[in-house]
Design a protein around this ligand. Structure first.
Ligand code: CTP
Length: 395
């Protein structure tokens, strides 16, 4: 894969410890935010002797965490647990000899050192200290131990230190640290310039103003495709009949309800896109008559007559004008054979065959079948990972 790296949608915890280089952390924060990261700053007591939490709260747009037991913070009563949730990286810059020692020995006596233990995400330290401290046997031993525990280091530079001495110990350049972060957790912008239309969710076919025929689809697969494509730089439009209310940064969401509305929206948006991924569970039938008022139970017994809806994929594929069209096949039996049949009938470029167990679930085990007949089976994985594998094969 080629292209620029982005930190869009990445959650980074920036730990700041007590060192004169703490003022440079403000520049690290600005640069990470500019690259799209959601940054949460955690400061030790000594860090606050050098620079105030207000600076970081203002620059990050998030509360700056300084206390393990902040009784006034009702939204985050246990910050070492809530902050770890969904974090992609814990970056400690500057990292003093003290935090290095705590990390190497498992000491958890304040919010930052506790986070180091409770957070299972990737960790990077940018150490900064006086040359004599840096070269001391105990610091070098701790450095080795911390590395062996999986903490990556952006080593300090050689140069003039705050005390006037020349030697190794000055925190690495801000650009170097940010580059290290991008390489560690950044996403390649390999879909920049592409426009992708995605559908998600089960459609709802109204019987009367309060009742509908629907299905169990959560819409998760379509949402993850939209999320992954947007992270990789594509311009994404999501036509959604899902109840999910998650934020999808950069994605334009167009809400629809019925199969008819979804069909109309797909036809309207497809000409402006390079590809269509039809992940929605479109109802195959819709009531022939929709009552404009609530049907009363006294009117029963009730017979609802259903008529077929339009096959959206079938109707747009015949005239797709070079666009890539991907469908899904949800089957309870003969998964691959049925999916191959749908691929051909709907004139698709690729079909993602989904076992019925994936319906509404967090993970999925799919097979991707391309129009040349090749079948690639994937192991059980998160729908986000499946989304990325689909995008890998589309372009
Ligand atoms: N699809 C569509 N329009 C419909 C029904 C389905 O575009 N009216 C799309 C789905 O979004 C999916 C693909 O067609 O990408 C296959 O959907 P699926 O429900 O597996 O198959 P159906 O074509 O509905 O056939 P069946 O229900 O008989 O398996």
């Amino acid at each position: 894969m080629t292209g620029r790296l982005t930190l869009r949608n990445k959650k980074i915890i920036l730990g700041i410890t007590g060192c004169i280089a703490a003022y440079k952390s403000a520049d690290i924060l600005r640069s990470l935010v500019k690259k799209g990261a959601d940054v949460w700053v955690v400061m030790t007591d000594s860090a606050q002797e050098f620079i105030t939490p207000l600076t970081f709260r203002t620059l990050s747009g998030n509360p700056c965490i300084t206390d393990m037991f902040d009784k006034n913070n009702e939204t985050m009563p246990l910050p070492h647990i809530s902050l770890s949730d969904g974090a992609d990286l814990l970056l400690v810059a500057p990292a003093t000899a003290n935090i290095l020692g705590k990390a190497a020995s498992g000491i958890a006596d304040d919010i930052l050192s506790t986070l180091l233990l409770s957070c299972s995400c990737k960790k990077i330290f940018a150490p900064a200290m006086n040359t004599k401290m840096w070269e001391s046997k105990i610091v070098q031993d701790n450095l080795k131990k911390a590395r062996s525990l999986g903490i990556e280091m952006v080593e300090p530079d050689l140069g003039e230190l705050a005390c006037g001495q020349i030697g190794k110990g000055r925190m690495a350049q801000v650009e170097m640290i940010v580059e290290h972060v991008e390489k560690a957790i950044g996403t390649v912008q390999d879909l920049a310039g592409k426009r992708i239309l995605v559908t998600a969710g089960g459609t709802k076919e109204l019987i009367d103003p309060v009742r509908f025929i629907g299905n169990m689809s959560s819409g998760r697969m379509g949402y993850e495709i939209a999320r992954a494509a947007s992270e990789r730089g594509a311009v994404v439009t999501l036509i959604s009949s899902s109840e999910l209310s998650e934020d999808l940064p950069g994605v334009t969401i167009h809400a629809v309800q019925s199969a008819g509305q979804m069909s109309q929206a797909v036809k309207e948006h497809l000409p402006h896109n390079d590809a269509l991924v039809m992940a929605a569970a479109v109802s195959d039938f819709s009531p022939s008559k929709k009552s404009s008022r609530k049907i009363k139970k006294g009117e029963g017994p009730l017979n609802i007559s259903l008529e077929p809806t339009e096959d959206i994929l079938g109707s747009v594929s015949g005239n797709k004008k070079g666009k890539i069209v991907v469908g899904f096949a949800l089957e309870s039996e003969d998964l691959i054979a049925n999916a191959k049949k749908k691929l051909k009938e709907k004139q698709l470029d690729m079909i993602v065959a989904n076992d019925i167990s994936a319906f509404g679930a967090k993970d999925s085990r799919v097979s991707m079948i391309e129009k040349n007949g090749s079948v690639k089976k994937f192991p059980m994985q998160s729908k986000y990972d499946t989304a990325n594998r689909i995008l890998d094969r589309m372009f």
